[in-house]
Write a protein that binds this ligand. Sequence first.
Ligand SMILES: Cc1cc2nc3c(=O)[nH]c(=O)nc-3n(C[C@H](O)[C@H](O)[C@H](O)COP(=O)(O)OP(=O)(O)OC[C@H]3O[C@@H](n4cnc5c(N)ncnc54)[C@H](O)[C@@H]3O)c2cc1C
Length: 457
Amino acid sequence: MARPVDARRRAFLKSLVAAPVLASCGREPELPTPPGEWRNWSGAQRCTPKGGLQLPANTDELSGIVKAAKGPVRVAGAGHSFSAVVPTDDTLLSLELMSGIVGHDAANLTATIQAGTRLYLLGEPLAKLGQGLPVQPDIDLQALGGVLSTSSHGPGAQHRCMAAYLKEISLVTADGALRKVSPSAESEVFKAAQVSLGSLGVLTEVTLQNRTAYLLEERQGILPLNDALEQFASWQKQDRHTEFFAFPRGETAFTKRMREVPMDTPRTINAAQEEEAELEYASEVGMRAPFTIPLIQSVAGWFVPDTVRVGASYHIFPTVRHTLFNEMEYAVPADKGPACFREVAAKIRDDGLPVFFPLEYRHVGADDLWLSPYHGRESVTISVHQYFKQDHIALFKAVEPIFWKYDGRPHWGKWHSLTAKELAGRYDHWQDFQRVRQALDPGGKFLNPHLHQLFGV
Ligand SMILES: Cc1cc2nc3c(=O)[nH]c(=O)nc-3n(C[C@H](O)[C@H](O)[C@H](O)COP(=O)(O)OP(=O)(O)OC[C@H]3O[C@@H](n4cnc5c(N)ncnc54)[C@H](O)[C@@H]3O)c2cc1C
């Protein structure tokens, strides 16, 4: 049964077209976007979909659009991927109207959620059901479908990427049919659909294994970089979540360590933390006067006070980011993380590569998802960022071979240059995934040029 939709809301959303504008809700900077154009968060990916953004309000409408389209058909989540996973000048869908929790199981702590739901719209409603997401990325503007499809993750070896908590997936495939898959129903399709970059069909609803609602205490501080690199692996056992940022030209790590605290602990925050404006100023200064970067980075730690915050998990995980950037992130085996990080930082320093942003260092637990970068191994993820006004491709190309040397696998939603030729050998189930994809979408309806390159078809 089609759910009635407020026609004015749909017309308004459609007129905006640019998915990041849909995402912003006043919480993010806005880049100018010509009418009819879609762009990603950083502005590096753009397209002009035929007929504008399609906004199905329910599965029936969605099936009709997919069935009628010749392709390519792509889904835009919140447009927070840096790689070209979304763009198409043909059919571009948004599930912005297919949002919200549609069911839950109190005893087993699961919730069934529409795939268009933004993460920031999930925290409170889940908490009212007594549930919380086991882990979250460091922003919460993404759509659930987008986070799952790219294997997005939060910090800490005790937790896997978010797609590893999937119990059931409903998706509309190329023929317009709705399939429900799980470990017990079409288990191979389920394994492939957990991380599929939108190449198998459109996720409509997913059931997630959650946990009880919880509070986190986060401690931010600074540490000599060498100490952080040496101690970080041991923190994985002590802390529920950990990560650090460090400037390539500095000797200081900015650490975040989170632990669960009892529900009656007084909360000190009731909203996600805003990013400091200093990062944008420093990026502008560094771009115009690169000779200032080593000085600013070497003294940055002097001005950072230790802080402690306590709040609901969904307020502690995310940060509201105001400074736009592009990003490359690779996952390397956890024991290779420190050496890889040191080599990346040395490359940026020694070659004088023009970048102000810090590198980010996180652990992620091993999983068994076919296309997960963390498949079969506990991983360290290392992220390289570039201010959005500066050339990110030159920087990323200079650094990327270091990640290959350390057996790295790229984050699907972030910039990388790998194609099927290099990717196939990095994933045990690469051929299994291609077999399932070929069976579900023999005509390649869901492939855009980027996915053609990734899958070699
Ligand atoms: C500031 C910032 C911080 C970030 N922090 C983190 C982090 O901490 N950890 C991390 O792992 N990543 C992080 N990312 C990356 C981000 O989580 C991923 O790129 C994620 O995929 C973005 O979600 P989205 O909803 O914007 O999806 P989009 O970028 O719009 O789409 C991503 C992919 O999902 C597909 N897709 C979306 N919805 C559906 C659907 N319903 N059915 C089928 N396919 C679908 C799209 O077609 C595309 O292939 C960050 C990105 C930014 C910009």
